[in-house]
Design a binder for this molecule. Structure first.
Ligand code: PEP
Length: 247
């Protein structure tokens, strides 16, 4: 059985007060199950969230990292800085990083490489745009994203998560239909098996407008090992509700 994950991507949201309220709610109702929960707040709240969560069995991750170890890269955060705070997960290649910060597959490979070399476990996001899907390019795009990102990278010493997030389903309220998710996850597993050793250990998550009402049906699909959640993860009750339904 592959590990199941429920991951919150808070993006550029939540105040310190929101973080405190969130932690308070989790402390009163979170119960660890066989699934892992990972929360990815903004960089500036990582340390605060780590303190607030205390000994709750919830892991914490960053939303991106620099592709450089250190140096004159104003505004960037390095893997060494994450390691200083014992943060051992990061999202890599989220579609908003690709879209608004022009990250290419090559940039994402550089980030993956530095993460893996520094024992930060990556959550690698892939996904097609609506136009690419309409033009029947989905598999081609995903293959290209996976091939370039993982080219000559050895992931055998880390935990690796792939998040399939169709760009058109992110934050849109439109979830991909069950057939689309099922077929695409199966394709991704096939692609991974040709590119990554021990690919059967890789968890493939779905992301795109997941909420407490649609999560169960999606999770019942064969190749879905959990979720990466944006909007619904901002509300601790909704997020916990989804986490509980995973077990
Ligand atoms: C995301 O940003 O990774 C995401 C899946 O967002 P949402 O759940 O809001 O669609």
């Amino acid at each position: 059985m592959k590990k199941k994950y429920c991951i919150a991507n808070w993006k550029m949201n939540q105040s310190v007060e929101d973080c405190e309220n969130y932690a308070f709610k989790l402390k009163s109702s979170f119960c660890k199950t066989s699934s892992e929960m990972i929360v990815c707040p903004s960089f500036i709240h990582l340390s605060k969230i780590k303190d607030l969560f205390g000994d709750l069995e919830i892991q914490i991750g960053a939303q991106t990292i620099s592709e450089h170890l250190n140096g004159a890269y104003t505004g960037e955060i390095s893997v060494e800085m994450l390691n200083d705070f014992n943060i051992n997960w990061t999202i890599v290649g989220h579609s908003e990083r690709r879209q608004f910060f022009n990250e290419t597959n090559q940039d994402i490979q550089n980030k993956l490489k530095i993460a893996v070399e520094n024992k930060i476990n990556p959550i690698v996001c892939i996904g097609e745009t609506l136009l690419e899907r309409q033009n029947s390019k989905t598999i081609e795009v995903l293959k290209e994203q996976i091939q370039t990102t993982f080219d000559s990278i050895n992931c055998s010493n880390i935990k690796l998560i792939i998040a399939y997030e169709p760009v058109w389903a992110i934050g849109s309220g439109v979830t991909a239909d069950l057939n689309t998710i099922s077929e695409t996850h199966e394709e991704i597993r096939n692609i991974l098996s040709k590119i990554i050793s021990n690919s059967e250990k890789v968890s493939i998550l779905y992301g795109g407008s997941v909420n407490p009402d649609n999560c169960e049906k999606i999770l019942n699909l064969k190749h879905v090992d959990g979720f990466l959640i944006g909007g619904a993860s901002l509300d601790p009750e909704k997020f916990l509700n989804i986490y509980r339904k995973m077990n």
